[in-house]
Design a protein around this ligand. Structure first.
Ligand SMILES: *Cc1c(COP(=O)(O)O)cnc(C)c1O
Length: 371
């Protein structure tokens, strides 16, 4: 082929040809219950403190920010200690622009060409994209019919594919289901047997919403140097717009991520916003309690109406099963309620909103699905 010098070709990686950027619809409707955001905006006091912190950070914006954000890592360690009782050294914490970027750092450090990452579906639809973007092979195993993960299935898949990265969402998205310790420990054991090594990332984006008695994998960190637990300020903290995700692991794991991060990836403004919000974590956690109660009530309500509902340790509920889920989704949207068409065929996912939003969802669903 001769080159057309007036119209030079773009050398797009072949595996990206024809792909569309990922994203849920961002529609301006009265009730947005589709991306698991916290329905409560930051309080006046939180807004004031964030604004003051940003103003202070602004006086230094001619300088690059603290590359290693030691203060933020110390605040995150203190927060996790209060939230889950697990004591971590600030050097065991890492942060980035959303846990999306955290996962990218993990795959940049531990994945790459000739290596494989594995997860178990149905699960978070971004995982294969992180693998693709870092040129990491992607293998997906299956969860059971009830969305649990059979430890034997996980063990066999890891032994067969010898991945260098295992991604486990718990509580899982889009199902809301959490993994018991026994399953995570079986995966950790199988990963430890992979020649050359394998890291396990438990994605606890919804960790704060777990029901009483559901453990956090943070408790397993002390004994497992190949484990990392990722968290985010996007969901429980109600700070999705700030883009702050973080990860806890043994220090050598974190030090590997420090090698691949772009210099100064976390802006001084972002660091200031995150620290100001973390100073209010007690107040924000009280709100999480009311969202949990609202979630449990919604699960009960849907089940009473004969629907199947996955157990949820998250701030959303997966329910079904509908012959034509698209029609249900559209019917709700026509009534001003935006939910998510995601997960196995026939299922739909709704985020837990304010009591008024949940009521709007219920009223619309009763009409649309003739409950
Ligand atoms: C929402 C979500 C995240 C959080 O992503 P951020 O980039 O931190 O906003 C991570 N993992 C899962 C499974 C999620 O659903």
């Amino acid at each position: 082929m001769t080159a057309d010098l007036a119209r030079p070709a773009l050398p797009l990686r072949p595996e990206l040809a024809g792909l569309e950027p990922y994203g849920a619809p961002q529609l301006d409707v009265p009730h947005r219950l589709n991306v698991n955001e916290n329905p409560y905006a930051p309080s006046e006091q939180v807004v004031a403190d964030i604004a003051a912190a940003v103003a202070r950070a602004s006086t230094d914006l001619n300088r690059y920010p603290d590359r290693d954000f030691g203060d933020l890592r110390a605040d995150l360690a203190a927060y996790l200690r209060a939230e889950s009782g697990v004591a971590l050294d600030p050097a065991q914490l890492w942060a980035a622009n959303g846990s999306n970027e955290i996962m990218l750092h993990v795959l940049q450090a531990f994945g790459g060409p000739g290596r494989t990452a594995i997860s178990f579906a149905p699960t978070y639809s971004m995982y294969p994209e992180y693998a693709r973007d870092t040129n990491t092979g992607w293998v997906v195993g299956r969860r059971d019919e009830d969305f649990s993960l059979d430890p034997a299935v996980a063990r066999d898949a890891i032994a067969e594919h010898t991945p260098s990265v295992v991604l486990l969402a718990s509580p899982n998205n889009p199902t809301g289901t959490a993994l018991p310790f026994a399953t995570v420990e079986a995966v950790l054991d199988a990963a430890a047997r992979v020649p050359g090594g394998c890291v396990v990332v438990v994605d606890e984006a919804y960790g704060e919403f777990r029901r009483r008695g559901t453990p956090s994998s943070l408790e397993l960190l002390a004994d497992h140097p190949h484990l990392a637990v990722s968290r985010t300020m996007s969901k429980a903290f109600g700070l999705a717009g700030a883009r702050v995700g973080y990860l806890a692991a043994a220090t050598p794991f974190v030090d590997a991520l420090r090698v691949v991060r772009l210099p100064y990836h976390l802006s001084a403004v972002t660091q200031a916003v995150a620290r100001a919000a973390l100073a209010h974590s007690a107040e924000l956690m009280a709100q999480v309690g009311s969202l949990r109660d609202e979630r449990d009530a919604l699960v009960g309500w849907l089940r009473e109406r004969g629907l199947r509902v996955a157990d949820s340790d998250a701030n959303f509920v997966l329910f079904g099963v509908f012959d034509d889920r698209r029609a249900i989704w559209q019917g709700l949207l026509d009534r001003g309620v935006l939910i998510r068409e995601v997960g196995p065929a026939g299922w739909l996912r709704v985020s837990v909103g304010t009591p008024a939003e949940t009521q709007a969802f219920k009223d619309a669903l009763v009409e649309v699905a003739a409950l």
